[in-house]
Write a protein that binds this ligand. Structure first.
Ligand code: CA
Length: 225
């Protein structure tokens, strides 16, 4: 899952990016409304953390412009404490949720998990596909009850496929959603990661659909999670 953080407070921006990366997301950052608006319009983010008070272009305007351009990604806005009007304007502009400053990072992480799983049509923080269970809250993967240790890239790959289980995900889509913009992107590495992930999981849940991409489905054929 790839996220965008738009926050002009450099310390807060760094704290958010660090926490989100530790939680297993690929993260891009912007420090003002113009830069944030550009990135959100040109890159396919799975969710955005958007400060309301931003230089060059305020967060509400950025959000309104994304929505009128047809951008549907979930957006969590950061509002100043005691500014109830920010929240009202934010929701009216198309925000999906908000957190007031100062906030606990855990709350931001929990709200993002909820937005991401809802956007993908899942009701709980635990996703399953046959014998594979992925706990998005703890960042853990279990196969037939036994924990599997994955690198952050492997985890990201599996989490993306599990959020979108039952449909074919192309390699291009994976590249766009697994790596931040500074990463040296090469779609061949996806194949390598899929190979490693298959070996570590030890069960046949990731199918290669020739010429199209990958499909996550349980060995029996019924869709889970
Ligand atoms: Ca601000």
């Amino acid at each position: 899952m790839r996220l965008l953080v738009v926050e002009d407070d450099r310390d807060l921006n760094r704290q958010l990016v660090t926490a989100l990366e530790q939680a297993g997301y690929a993260v891009d950052r912007a420090y003002d409304g113009e830069e944030g608006h550009f990135l959100g319009e040109s890159e396919p983010y799975d969710a955005v953390v958007l400060d309301v008070g931003l230089p060059k272009k305020d967060g509400i305007t950025v959000l309104e412009q994304w929505r009128s351009a047809g951008k549907l990604m979930p957006v969590l806005i950061l509002t100043a404490r005691d500014r109830w009007s920010d929240k009202v304007q934010g929701f009216d502009a198309g925000a999906d949720d908000y957190v007031s400053k100062p906030f606990h990072m855990e709350e931001v992480l929990a709200r993002l998990r909820a937005l991401l799983r809802r956007a993908a049509g899942h009701a709980t923080s635990e996703l399953t596909c046959g014998p594979v269970r992925l706990d998005t809250k703890a960042g853990r993967v279990v196969v037939d009850g036994a924990p599997v240790k994955l690198t952050s890239h492997e985890y990201r790959l599996l989490a993306y496929l599990m959020h979108h289980s039952g449909r074919v995900v192309s390699r291009t889509e994976l590249v766009e959603h697994l790596y931040d913009q500074d990463f040296d992107r090469d779609s061949n590495t996806i194949e390598v990661f899929v190979g490693r992930l298959r070996r570590k999981l030890g069960v046949d849940v990731i199918q290669t659909v020739r010429g199209l991409g990958y499909l996550l489905s349980p060995p029996g054929g019924e869709t889970g999670g």
